[in-house]
Write a protein that binds this ligand. Structure first.
Ligand code: MN
Length: 319
């Protein structure tokens, strides 16, 4: 982007927050500003889910809930929308009847946006979408460090013979060589597995695990320190499955598991990553039909806000 002043959100002293179309954080659309440093993009696709469907409506639910985000982020002492141009790039239209075709479409559209120089803040969609996003990111940056927040490993092999599902993106990504296997972490893992071999397979791929109970026992600061040590100065991709949160904090999701993180813990861990080389991120698996009072989509909107703040701080610091 040029040095022109970024165009920020609609002024809420002029137009009430609940009025007007719901772009993320009431930011301009990408076509209104021409180019963006950070593009918030929806991927309304949920044909890869194994249990409750509905994440195809997640992106727009997060946009609606993001109306209340304000321009200054005190936790990171930054005004993210003034530091760099952030814009809403709309949705990637993916085929709901062919997962293979959808994966190709998402990879192509993400590659196009990255090619303009933008970083992506993607709103899912189910977790299937992380694979094509990572492919596009790796083509630009090489293999990336991955920080994956989720109740589930998402490193399973296949479901009903299908290779591309919301439970398999990170196994595929490791097989394809698009992740830096010296810097892979899951955070928030919990709940029953198919067998102990799930964990053995996952460890062989290079993943380290911070369980949900680890976050509780060791605390946010120690966890952040360990994660940052593992990430170092590598290009980093953060993928947040909203089911990393306890169902009390995120009921609106497809495969809920008891005993998860609080939204406060998640946001604090993310804030602790400020300064990392965050090249793109996603927040996925918000299924609004199971939500109540926007609990889940509010949590997801704040999650995206912290991630966007990390990106814009870094963009501004590199100028
Ligand atoms: Mn997941």
């Amino acid at each position: 982007m040029s040095s022109a002043q970024p165009r920020g959100p609609v002024d809420s002293s002029q137009v009430p927050r609940y009025a007007g179309p719901a772009t993320f954080a009431r930011l301009p659309r990408l076509d209104e500003v021409g180019a963006a440093d950070v593009a918030v993009v929806g991927v309304p696709f949920d044909a890869g889910v194994s249990y409750r469907p509905g994440a195809r409506f997640g992106g727009n639910a997060v946009r609606e809930a993001s109306r209340l985000l304000r321009p200054y982020n005190p936790a990171q002492d930054a005004s993210p929308f003034a530091l760099a141009q952030v814009a809403d790039a709309g949705d990637i239209a993916a085929n709901p009847f062919s997962i293979e075709e959808a994966v190709e479409t998402i990879e192509g559209a993400a590659g196009h946006l990255l090619g303009t120089g933008a970083r992506l803040m993607t709103l899912g969609g189910d977790h299937t979408v992380a694979l094509p996003l990572l492919r596009a990111v790796a083509r630009r940056h090489g293999p990336v460090a991955l920080l994956h927040f989720d109740a589930h490993l998402d490193t399973w092999d296949t479901y009903f013979g299908a290779a591309y599902t919301h439970g398999t993106p990170f196994r595929r990504a490791v097989e394809e060589g698009i992740l830096d296997t010296s810097a892979l972490s899951h955070v928030g893992i919990r709940g029953p597995l198919y067998g102990k071999s799930d964990l053995d397979d996952d460890a062989k791929m290079g993943f380290g695990i911070v369980t949900s109970a680890d976050v509780m026992r060791r605390g946010v600061d120690e966890v952040v320190e360990q994660l940052r040590e593992r990430i170092g100065d590598r290009p980093l991709y953060v993928s947040v499955d909203i089911d990393v949160l306890d169902p009390a904090h995120a009921p609106g999701t497809g495969t809920p598991e008891a005993g998860g993180l609080t939204s406060r813990e998640l946001l604090e861990i993310l804030r602790g990553l400020s300064g990392c080389r965050l090249v793109s991120a996603d927040v996925v698996e918000v299924a609004p039909a199971y939500d109540h009072a926007e609990i889940t989509s509010v949590a997801a909107s704040h999650t995206a806000y912290e991630l966007v703040t990390i990106m814009t701080r870094q963009i501004a610091a590199a100028r």
